[in-house]
Ligand binder design. Sequence first.
Ligand code: GKR
Ligand code: MG
Length: 449
Amino acid sequence: MSLHRRDWLRLAAVGLVGAKTQSSVLAAQDGQAPLRITGLKVTPIALPDPPLLFAGGCHGPYFLRNVVELETDGKIIGIGETSGNRDVTDALERARAIVVGRNAFSYRELAREILPREPGAYAAIEMACLDACGKATGRRLCELVGGPVRDQVPVAAYLFYRYAADHPTVLADPRVSDARGRGVRALDDWGEVRTPEAMAAMAGKFRERWGFRSFKLKAGVLSPEAERDTLKAMVSTLGTDCLLRIDPNARWRTETAVRIGKELAGLPMEYYEDPVRGQTAMAEVRKATGLKMSTNMCVTRFAHLAEAFRRKPIDVLLTDLHYFGGFAGNLALGPIAEAAGWTLSQHSNNHAGISMAAMIHLAASLPQLTMASDTHYVWLPENADIIEGPKLPIQGGTMAIPNGPGLGVTLDRDKLARAHEVYRKCGMAKREDASLMRRLEPGWTGGLL
Ligand code: GKR
Ligand code: MG
């Protein structure tokens, strides 16, 4: 819903529409701020997740998110989404007292108060403020922050080794509280993917279906040699015009990472992501292999930048609006990354359509974010999203900026209510991937390789 036409005409008559400090001018005019925040509703949800494997274990039956609805006196509701652990829900509940009574246009003021202690909560609140501002002004979120600098946002194929969605151990997980089952009742039909050949076949299908050019292999799961062979098998299937990323989430020792890194030299590597833990080890691998290195683990906040300038562990930074200061933080990060000689890519954790829309708006507005963004969105079953209508489409390896003011997506309250009900029933309060992995692979420890 937009500000009433009558209000715009009145403001236009006194020359205020488009004024640079619109919110304060409007406030002065009316004696109160427009888009005064009157309420903050937080809904924790659980959405179905297939058994994807990574260094920390196997994804549980659901991933958790928090959805925020920010009510304003203009009867405009802004929406936001962020990480789902219970501590973030609590942080959002605490933030209500700070946010209510403030002005959605002044979200940077809120950053000072909420961001340092609760980055995940700040991200959802800022997203909802910007969505409300967009709805009030009839502008897309990317336009509010000075974009778009690109209309189509490239995204990467995010490839996980995995078990079949209807593996008996997966279905027997005590946290499952929906009607999923064997065969046609399974969450998806990708089946088990635990060999180089099976992964290469899945990569080929990902390209056929979504047109991806960049392919990220989530590693730290099989032996490092099998994961190297997986990249080779992917090149045999995809050809050499694909771009490859491999991310063992720091499960490899430095010697392993150097040895495997040298063997990757002949492949069309886009970057080598977090093979080892910490900036010092990353810098050593970077020097020894000459590969482009990237991280979403050793540089995750502004406080890490100074050390990274000194140690030089990376060429590419995977940023994330959910923890790197929202849109405001990311837009500030762009020129800093450029000065450091880094390009930006975008990190992803499991998420739904609201975050997907926000990630597209960010990639469309941040000039330095030139590399394809990661997204788990392909793993979300079609009918499980919480936005109205179908999921946002991926075509030709890119996503278009959603049409419409603000984020350009609408919350489907029935789907939200169902996802909240699942949250209540499944009993999960945080992400926990080791228990299912130990049931699937007794003896698994997740130790260094
Ligand atoms: O979803 O298993 C996963 C990923 O491993 C995720 O947790 C990571 O944060 O996607 C992430 C990454 O690039 O490291
Ligand atoms: Mg990573």
